[in-house]
Design a protein around this ligand. Structure first.
Ligand code: FES
Length: 98
């Protein structure tokens, strides 16, 4: 019985670790559309930040790093919220297939 619980705990641990190492957390299945300014932004790629769509350092301990862009023009930016885009940090419509 104890061995079973240990195995189950170990499996849970490994699955959680794999999630943290490989798969970002989906924050929302739509983009964050915001008016961008001429400045640098660090987009959260792990989905763990509490300051979405931007990095707050929560990626520490995961395999993810933020994507930093130097935005050069003002205007609306559609930041990916699902973290599955192929055009990070911008929405490419992938969220509609999730
Ligand atoms: S919000 Fe991620 S692709 Fe649109």
């Amino acid at each position: 019985m104890e061995a079973f619980l240990l195995d189950e705990y170990f499996l849970y641990f490994i699955m959680n670790l794999r999630r943290k190492m490989n798969k970002p957390k989906c924050c929302q299945k739509m983009p964050y559309v915001q008016k961008g300014k001429k400045k640098k932004y660090a987009w959260c790629s792990c989905g763990e930040s509490s300051n979405q769509p931007f990095c707050d350092g929560s990626h520490k301990g995961t395999s993810f790093t933020p994507i930093v862009i130097d935005n050069e023009k003002e205007g609306n930016i559609a930041w990916c919220g699902c973290k599955e885009t192929s055009n990070a940090p911008y929405c490419d419509g992938t969220h509609s297939k999730l």
